[in-house]
Design a protein around this ligand. Structure first.
Ligand code: ZN
Ligand code: ZN
Ligand code: FE
Length: 794
């Protein structure tokens, strides 16, 4: 044994967690080991990839660094743990004369890994643009390192006959590449070419007869491009469903699209030709560029350049200073762009409130009234999945919608969650399935406000359950009795005789952050959210909680104010403003409110609301950050009626510039009259001072900035209060969660202020802070409860 004879040998056991299975990780480790003359073995397990490595200290360190720094394109390492390290003798080392890949079947662990869909790689793009390549301009080019996966899988193991590629027998050229271990398409299951693979088709929509006609004369791609340039709206089949697409510079077309989709304000995401185009219109940091060009290719929220604002038509993203941008991620997308077509609106192909269309029939039914034509193909989509949405705050990735490209990657949790099914919330729904110490989150389903959405939820959940081979043992849902997901969970529990746990909304928000950071010890959490069912009959949404997955207690919160009209007040923030002002500033406050120009259209309704509030008719009490944002947005006249939940808050936060720090308004901490030992924030002074600023004519951007800083100071005050009640050790970790934490100002300031105070801070990262992360928290809470019950029984 060469030079090793001189040096002490070590044996390390390394565990790598993340997206490391089914992405060529073991062969990669094998090659590294060969390069660095490491002996040992690598295997797949329920806890990720396990490596046993023997070598000198120098060799092992180089090995570990290389694993971190040069993993395969599709791999994502979330955690690399050195489980143990020890010196070993030459004799012991001799048991591993070389480095081997242990097959999964040999150790009895099933490969339960489901690969994710990823953006086309540079090698494939190069071939696609090479006139001499046999796949020149072929829109379905892919390889082992890129292309469709989760969306085309019918069953596991991931193998061509079990995907929607089963309909396309390989030609001999493709088969040759598929079989050749040295080819970059060796075992690329969706491998295809012009001769054997899927093909494009274009259908004209015949509005008069509510039907469609296949375009025979013109090539589908050139036809599509011509029509887009002419200002037409088309449906285009993507990876997880159809997009509605049109030229982003055509004001008239976008207006038509908005009318058709009944979506007048909500900003549309765009797809830009390349990075050069993105840089022309948006501010882009290197970190943002990396995400845009990443294999997940999510919609990334970028700041629009000041000088570029006038270039876009006003209805593309009204009142926004930012824009959701993505780069082309399928080969077909790349082929759509040229010098004249550089930015396309790409919004998911559905009617408002319905799931994204993924089959030709669905697309035709849902989209006929909206589009002039449809560019489609014959590779079936077996799982609908929406585009993911992210934003970067201080170079940190903030997940807003975790879907295509990320789902269903596992998240490792600190408890056995096997057989637990978490139903999530009702808005921005995502479900989670437990397998061992892993949580598999499905893609973004959306707001479950229709029968169609509920069916989409049920199908997606059952499909993932089946793929994972999980038999449900325990169900978990929100406390809210009116959530469609809660009702479904109750039904399923009864039907299948399964236990059901219902979890308080903000406890789940808090624990989802604990889950993703694998925290086991109790911590202090600030949850800033829209609305959630409290356990005292009021609506919560601005809480400081202390606890863990087993239990939590509420130590403080925002004072509850009336929400006249309940749900209606969420859509009509002016109602909420009236309730809040009346409660905190009384009749005098109401008179001041009536003087505001923004309230003019509602003057006749205000006395009715006043009556409702006084008599508590259809007027729940709510203390939530989201509704506080809504009320302020209404007082400022930004948004008195919202088209979608959170619109008012979005408008308010869009006024706040990247850097600046506001001057907080006043507020007081007082005892909660209904809950002994609990404090609450009385925000009467805030409203008073804010009204005064509006009356004085202070500009809205300054008021918005100062209001944002007030929310930061309120949150910190709640946390400081919590910390005072706890010992140093109990209060060591502080975490932040809830829908308002996607607000960049709040996130940046909370992180900064917590670090200044020397707190150990945990922020939502892999999983959305909003209700898209709820299911993960529910899953861990159920797991912890089950674990405790089984210890009690013993
Ligand atoms: Zn490729
Ligand atoms: Zn072929
Ligand atoms: Fe929530």
């Amino acid at each position: 044994m060469d030079s090793r004879q001189m040096e002490q040998l070590y044996q390390w056991r390394i565990q790598v967690k993340g997206r490391v299975q089914g992405v060529g990780f073991r062969p990669f480790v094998f090659q590294l080991a060969e390069r660095l003359a490491i002996h040992g073995e690598v295997s797949n397990g329920m806890q990720g990839v396990k490596i046993l490595a023997i070598g000198t200290l120098r060799q092992l360190e180089a090995f570990e660094t290389a694993i971190r720094q040069e993993p395969p394109r599709l791999a994502r390492i979330y955690q690399l743990l050195r489980l143990d390290e020890q010196t070993i003798s030459m004799e012991e080392a001799a048991r591993y004369p070389d480095f081997t890949i242990v097959k999964s079947d040999d150790i009895g662990t099933p490969d339960i890994f489901i690969p994710v869909d990823t953006a086309v790689c540079d090698d494939c793009l190069r071939e696609m643009n090479d006139p001499h390549d046999r796949r020149y301009h072929y829109p379905f080019i892919n390889c082992t390192q890129c292309g469709p996966r989760y969306t085309i899988i019918h069953d596991l193991p991931y193998d061509r006959p079990l995907t929607s590629m089963v309909d396309f027998p390989m030609c001999s050229a493709c088969e040759g590449e598929y079989m050749d271990p040295h080819n970059r398409r060796h075992h690329a299951q969706p491998i295809a070419c012009e001769a054997c693979g899927p093909t494009l088709e274009f259908y004209w929509v015949d509005h008069k007869h509510q039907g469609w006609v296949k375009a025979e004369k013109e090539d589908p791609l050139s036809l599509t491009k011509r029509l887009l340039k002419e200002g037409k709206i088309l449906a285009i089949k993507g990876l997880g469903g159809y997009h509605l697409a049109c030229d982003a510079f055509s004001e008239e077309t976008i207006r038509l699209l908005r009318e058709g989709k009944h979506r007048l304000h909500k900003p549309f995401a765009v797809m830009m030709k390349d990075m050069e185009t993105v840089r022309r219109y948006c501010e882009v940091t290197p970190a943002e560029e990396k995400v845009l060009r990443g294999i997940e290719a999510p919609i990334t929220i970028l700041t629009i350049k000041e000088e570029a604002k006038e270039l876009f038509p006003p209805s593309l993203a009204p009142y926004m200073n930012s824009l959701g941008v993505m780069l082309p991620y399928t080969p077909l997308h790349h082929l759509l762009f040229d010098d004249e077509l550089t930015v396309l609106v790409m919004t998911s192909g559905n009617e408002s409130g319905l799931p994204i269309s993924s089959t030709f029939t669905e697309a035709m039914e849902a989209l006929i009234p909206l589009v002039d034509g449809i560019l489609t193909h014959d590779r079936e989509i077996l799982q609908k999945i929406d585009d993911s949405v992210v934003r970067l705050v201080d170079k940190q990735l903030v997940m807003i919608r975790r879907s295509r490209g990320y789902a269903p990657d596992p998240i490792f949790v600190p408890e056995n969650a096997d057989g637990i099914i978490a139903y999530g919330g009702n808005q921005k729904n995502v479900f989670a399935i437990g397998k061992g110490e892993m949580a598999f989150l499905g893609g973004h389903i959306g707001d479950i406000d229709s029968q169609e959405m509920l069916i989409h939820f049920i199908h997606s959940k059952e499909r993932l359950q089946r793929l994972m081979g999980v038999t449900p043992q325990l169900l978990v849902a929100d406390l809210h009795p009116e959530y469609a997901t809660t009702r479904q969970a109750l039904k399923d529990a009864e039907l299948f005789h399964l236990p059901l746990i219902q979890v308080q909304h903000h406890h789940a928000h808090m624990v989802s952050i604990m889950a993703e950071h694998q925290l086991n010890a109790p911590a202090l959490a600030l949850v800033l959210d829209g609305t959630g069912w409290g356990d005292d009959g009021t609506i919560w949404g601005m809480e400081v909680l202390y606890g863990d997955a087993r239990d939590s207690r509420r130590m403080g919160h925002l004072a509850a104010t009336p929400l006249p009209g309940g749900e209606k007040a969420i859509r009509e923030p002016w109602r909420n403003a009236v309730g809040m002002v009346l409660q905190l500033l009384g009749h005098e406050g109401l008179q001041r409110l009536e003087q505001l120009p923004a309230m003019e259209p509602y003057l006749q309704q205000i006395p009715i609301l006043q009556h409702m509030v006084e008599r508590r008719i259809n007027t729940p009490m709510a203390g939530t950050c989201g509704r506080l944002f809504d009320a302020v947005s209404a007082l400022l006249g930004l948004c008195t009626k919202a088209e979608y939940e959170g619109e008012a808050a979005v408008q308010l936060s869009e006024l706040v510039k990247e850097d600046g720090i506001g001057e907080p308004y006043s507020f007081i901490l007082e005892a909660d009259p209904h809950n002994p030992g609990v404090i609450q924030i009385n925000h009467g002074a805030l409203l008073h001072e804010l009204l005064r600023d509006i009356e004085k004519g202070v500009d809205s951007a300054s008021v918005a900035l100062n209001f944002h800083e007030t929310v930061v100071q309120m949150g910190l005050a709640l946390l400081e209060h919590g910390r005072k009640q706890l010992s140093e050790k109990e209060a060591s970790a502080v975490l932040f969660s809830g829908g308002s934490m996607v607000n960049p100002y709040l996130r940046r300031r909370f992180l900064h202020c917590s670090e200044e105070r020397g707190w150990q801070v945990y922020m939502p990262e892999q999983v959305p802070a909003n209700d898209g992360g709820l299911a993960l928290g529910q899953l861990l809470i159920a797991a912890a409860q089950r674990a405790r019950e089984s210890t009690l029984k013993r």
